[in-house]
Design a protein around this ligand. Structure first.
Ligand code: GLN
Length: 386
């Protein structure tokens, strides 16, 4: 047997895979991994078939199909008022995780520091570590998960290469406000720190609130990679297709990494999306998902868990710390117990902290059909009967 040291000694199977496998074994309603259990618009499937049949089956251009980049540029201009040049400032990627990985690979050298906020999506830290970087986590805490700007200032150092932000936030379902964006601009003003902004839930912002894209803030946009996802926008997470925006010089470096990671992205999907994007179906997502959030939250209001606010994303979280006996469990134990005994899978927030920091909060995904949400609620009601 050859001997080698793992580059990611602490990484196992992701929590999403773990809970999905457990949900299947236990025949539980899977509100763990974040993905819709309903299909996309048949029109998008028709456009995909058309793309497949009209010969779009060879490599796409490295940066993406020009018509799709054009359509993205127009959408960003209309939504956030910033112009990205489709020729030099937009790249279509194999999902948002790959875009974030490419941005980190383009920027981070051994010993460079990257600031991130925990709970953090699980791919961020491994991407930094694989590039020899040092993750510098700033802890957000229940129930508000507000960023502590003094902690951000204290975390900045001459080695800080980038800061990773994410709003609407997975897993806490919180939004960054205009004041947060101004604070971010202020603390970075005299630095060369690059922002990597994960905005994959940008269209799922509830209660009339506004998505604060870094693209709205010229001072931030000039130093930022903005990443978003067609998978989330059009209920096609399995297509693994997303995009990255950045000013020209940053995008040139991104593409140097991107072209040697995947070279280019699935061509037929890009042709289909280029036709479909201008129809603007995703602009209705806030109302669509707000209705699902409200249906679920109302149905589970009295099940015994303490529900935290969900301002955006696919998710809503709940605390179980106050429950007799169950409150003694770790969040992972509770998630496994809930999956096996109650028949509803969720995700422990402790999995999003590098040190397993545990405030006994679990995340549920409401991007599901109404009958799925009703069935999950019916099962969760059993918690209150115990
Ligand atoms: N983004 C989704 C979530 O947070 C799925 C992630 C995954 O399975 N890698 O649940």
């Amino acid at each position: 047997m050859i001997q080698f040291d793992s580059k990611l000694p602490h990484a196992g199977t992701t929590i999403f895979t773990h809970m999905t496998v457990l949900a299947q074994q236990a025949n539980a309603v899977n509100l763990g991994q974040g993905f819709p259990d309903f299909d996309c618009d048949p029109e998008l499937l028709r456009l995909m078939q058309e793309a497949l049949q009209s010969g779009h089956n060879q490599y796409a251009p490295m940066a993406g199909v020009p018509a799709l980049r054009e359509a993205v540029a127009q959408q960003i201009q209309a939504l956030y008022g910033r112009t990205y040049d489709p020729g030099t400032e937009i790249t279509i990627t194999a999902g948002a995780t790959q875009a974030i990985h490419a941005a980190i690979s383009a920027l981070v050298r051994p010993g460079d520091e990257v600031i991130l906020f925990e709970p953090a999506f699980d791919s961020y830290e491994p991407a930094i570590l694989l590039n020899g970087g040092k993750p510098v986590p700033i802890r957000l805490r229940a129930p508000d998960y507000r960023p502590d700007w003094d902690a951000v200032l204290a975390a900045l150092s001459p080695r800080t290469r980038a800061i990773l932000i994410n709003s609407p936030h997975n897993p806490t379902a919180r939004l960054w406000t205009a004041e947060d964006m101004q604070m971010l601009a202020e603390v970075l003003r005299d630095t060369n720190v690059v922002v990597i902004s994960d905005e994959v839930y940008e269209h799922m912002v509830f209660d009339g609130k506004r998505h604060e894209s870094v693209a709205r803030y010229p001072e931030l946009a000039e130093r930022s990679y903005v990443v978003s996802s067609f998978g989330k926008a059009f209920h096609i997470t399995g297509w693994k297709i997303a995009y990255c925006l950045a000013p020209r010089a940053l995008m040139a470096e991104f593409q140097k990494a991107h072209q040697f990671i995947v070279f280019c992205t699935h061509a037929p999907s890009q042709h289909a999306l280029a036709q479909y994007l201008p129809c603007g179906a995703h602009l209705q997502l806030a109302a669509f998902y707000q209705q699902k959030r409200d249906l679920f939250v109302n149905a589970v209001a009295n099940c015994g868990l303490r529900w935290l606010p969900s301002e955006g994303s696919y998710f809503v979280s709940a605390s179980f710390a106050h429950l007799p006996v169950l409150g003694e469990m770790s969040s992972l134990e509770f998630s496994e117990w809930l999956t096996r005994e109650i028949g509803v899978a969720c995700i422990p927030l402790s999995a999003f902290y590098h040190d397993g920091f545990d405030e006994k909060v679990v995340r549920f995904c409401f991007a599901k059909r109404e009958d799925t949400l009703h069935e999950a609620a019916r099962r969760l009601q059993r918690l209150s009967e115990r």
